[in-house]
Design a protein around this ligand. Structure first.
Ligand code: SF4
Length: 540
């Protein structure tokens, strides 16, 4: 047992948009009602709010307007820049063609934002409402009582690489709560554990699928792109079998986000997303925008893509799952922040009503009391829009051109043209290759992510059978981790003549979790490192 025990009525894991919206909505409801003052804690593994936050991003501000009707005029609110122009460009290596932007994919009326800045601001609003935000708190497990979630464990600090206490050692902290909201982002560590115990995803029609995204934030000379311009890029440097695309968003007259999103299904083992992003930046359409500019920050994350068909159960006794952790992303719109905000708010509404109706003020909230979260979510615009877009992702499993054609038909028929079951998702492409394209300065880009971990701590990337890397993997796939990891964490090093081994530079890790999903033998596991470690993104 820990030396230190804490308790809150509600614990929220993750200070991203879902977690902070949940905290704010719950505190707002309690203030309005006046008869309830729940204690609320948001636990964040980063050294500060926003440090681990990365998104494109274009924001559909509907849920923000529900949280704060006057957000546009609130002091410090970073949601200011409306989308001023929306283009969809089809790229070949030398040319770019404008495609018509169908209303379904339009960003008109939305805002170009930095999600990192938005979460920083939301954290201030939450604290003003009495919410406790505890940073450097890496939650490593859930506490169960009678098969209900009854709290969380925050992992210890100050262990050395052999898991022995150092002088700075701090024990794990047990935090009891009546409800836990998991808002850890895509492929959440605790959400995965909850799924194993309660088979949450068993009711989904297809397994969750993911894309990986790499992004750079650039300071550019003025006049290169109008503030609020949003470009969605299709085609090159991806081939027609790869699902994904690029984006360029002008946050203001001097800063642009540029990025590339690539589906993990059917992944080509020789593909390196960071190298592809460098190629994209050199395209004749984009190069003049960035010329003379300066890279401010680089980072990576994964994005859930299965949409409606991938939705599983989202609530059990004492616990709910929100945002990217629950797979709430609208793939055709390339947006999930608004669903993260809205799902966090719906989870908070559910908890608030359950707390009000509860007659035992210390027990965790029963599954029956939290079940309405899922029905609220499916009945909200999240459910309606995900259902309407349900076949989009699988249309592109037939390739880019078939995807464009089928999606056009789907839009014209409101989705009813596709009365078929979802397709199964492939993992790696079967062809193997041993060519290794050289990474274009991945380490230099990584430096701007601000990532750091205390070196003398237990590794947070667990490779169960590293000999496979230098035997089967090198033969069958050419060690794809050397390329798909955006942070050069994995290296094959020579130990003595003729002998090689896998070296894991875990301190480089930006916590994207691509490796756990793409490792072809299922031998890599990402676990939370000591709180405070990880990227130190600024304005991503
Ligand atoms: Fe992402 Fe894994 Fe590389 Fe870390 S080691 S940056 S989680 S791919």
């Amino acid at each position: 047992m820990a030396d230190e025990n804490l308790s809150f009525d509600v614990v929220i894991v993750g200070a991203g948009p879902a977690g902070l919206a949940a905290a704010i909505r719950l505190a707002q409801r309690a203030r309005q009602a006046g008869n309830l003052a729940p204690s609320i804690a948001v636990l964040e593994k980063g050294e500060r709010v926003g440090a681990h936050i990365l998104s494109g991003a274009v924001l559909d501000a509907r849920p923000l307007g529900e949280l704060f009707p006057d957000f546009e005029t609130m002091p410090g609110c970073p949601v200011r820049q409306r989308v001023t122009r929306n283009r969809m460009l089809l790229l070949t290596p030398q040319h770019a063609w404008d495609l018509p932007v169908l209303p379904e994919f339009s960003n008109a009326g939305h805002y170009v934002i930095s999600l990192g800045r938005l979460t920083e601001w939301l954290a201030v609003q939450a604290e003003d409402l009495g919410v406790n935000i505890l940073t450097e708190s890496a939650v490593t497990d859930l506490i169960y009582v009678h098969d209900q979630v009854a709290g969380v464990w925050v992992g210890p600090k100050g262990l050395d690489q052999n898991s022995k206490p150092k002088a700075s050692f701090q024990e794990a902290v047990e935090i009891r709560s009546r409800a836990v909201i998991l808002a850890e982002g895509a492929y959440g560590y605790l959400a995965k554990k909850l799924d194993k115990r309660f088979s949450l995803t068993a009711s989904a029609q297809i397994p969750q699928t993911y894309a990986t995204a790499v992004k750079e934030l650039w300071q550019i000379p003025p006049g290169r792109m109008a503030a609020g311009e949003v470009w969605t890029l299709l085609g090159w440097p991806l081939d027609s079998k790869q699902f994904g695309g690029g984006f360029v968003y002008a946050l203001d007259a001097n800063r642009v986000s540029i990025g590339l999103v690539v589906g993990l299904e059917g992944w080509n083992p020789v593909f390196d997303p960071q190298v592809a992003l460098q190629q994209l930046k050199l395209h004749p359409k984009l190069r003049p925008i960035l010329a003379g500019g300066k890279l401010e920050c680089y980072g990576s994350k994964i994005i859930p893509e299965a949409g409606w068909f991938g939705l599983g159960k989202m609530a059990v006794g004492g616990c709910m799952v929100a945002g990217d952790s629950a797979g709430l992303v609208n793939v055709p719109q390339n947006k999930g922040i608004h669903y993260a905000l809205k799902s966090g708010m719906l989870a908070a509404e559910t908890v608030f009503e359950a707390l009000q109706g509860s007659v035992t003020p210390t027990k965790s909230l029963a599954a029956e009391a939290l079940q309405s979260y899922e029905s609220r979510l499916r009945a909200s615009y999240i459910g309606r829009e995900l259902h309407r877009a349900r076949h989009f992702r699988e249309n592109f499993r037939r390739g880019l051109w078939a995807g464009i054609f089928l999606t056009g038909l789907q839009v014209l028929t409101g989705g009813w043209w596709f009365p078929r079951s979802p397709l199964p998702a492939p993992r790696f492409t079967l062809h193997a290759s041993r060519s290794t394209p050289g990474a274009l300065d991945k380490l230099t880009a990584l430096y701007t992510s601000g990532t750091r971990h205390e070196e003398n701590q237990p590794a947070h990337l667990l490779v169960s059978d590293p000999t496979l890397c230098v035997t089967r993997c090198v033969q069958e796939y050419g060690n794809p981790c050397l390329r798909f990891c955006p942070a050069s964490v994995y290296e094959i090093v020579h130990t003595e003549p003729g002998k090689r081994k896998l070296q894991v530079n875990f301190s480089n890790c930006v916590h994207c979790k691509t490796c756990e999903l793409l490792d072809p033998y299922g031998i890599i596991e990402w676990v939370p490192p000591e709180g405070g470690g990880g990227p130190g993104y600024g304005g991503m």
